[in-house]
Design a protein around this ligand. Structure first.
Ligand code: THU
Length: 138
């Protein structure tokens, strides 16, 4: 696999804990400082307590970040199966939005790493609400 982000997303997917849905997902992101972080979905017998692969990758990023560019997402790859591209859920779109830019690149690949969809964060989550909306409040 020549693309390190796709390779990291597939490796993360292989570690997914998804005994209930049997729908394994991996995510890997690259920050503006060049660092890479990955995550997998982690389900729970109390179903709503499960977490998505993207959320795991973001948590790893925030833990590792030494400065602002280490928590700014330049690119994110999601690896998942299914008939349709495994696009981030609504909650994860908002989580990505917190640390992304409008031109943050999102690539959705299948379980073999083949690209299914490529789009920007602004395309995935138009007219989004983010940190800037809270700026300048008195
Ligand atoms: N899931 C993710 O981890 N990321 C996505 O982008 C879509 C869905 C997980 C949540 C749950 O563990 C399983 O996939 C089925 O919804």
């Amino acid at each position: 696999m020549s693309d390190p982000l796709v390779a990291a997303a597939l490796a993360a997917r292989a570690r997914a804990y998804a005994p209930y849905s049997r729908f394994a997902v991996g995510a890997a992101l690259r920050c503006e400082d060049g660092s890479l972080h990955a995550g997998c979905n982690v389900e729970n017998a109390a179903y709503p307590e499960g977490s998505c692969a993207e959320a795991g990758a973001i948590a790893a990023m925030v833990l590792a970040a030494a400065g602002p560019s280490g928590r700014r997402i330049a690119e994110l790859v999601v690896a998942g199966g299914g008939a349709a591209p495994c696009t981030p859920c609504g909650g994860c779109r908002q989580k990505i939005r917190e640390f992304g830019r409008p031109d943050t690149l999102l690539r959705i690949v299948d379980e073999r790493g083949a690209e299914r969809l490529r789009l920007t964060l602004a395309e995935l989550l138009p007219h989004s609400f983010g940190p800037d909306n809270l700026a300048g409040l008195s």
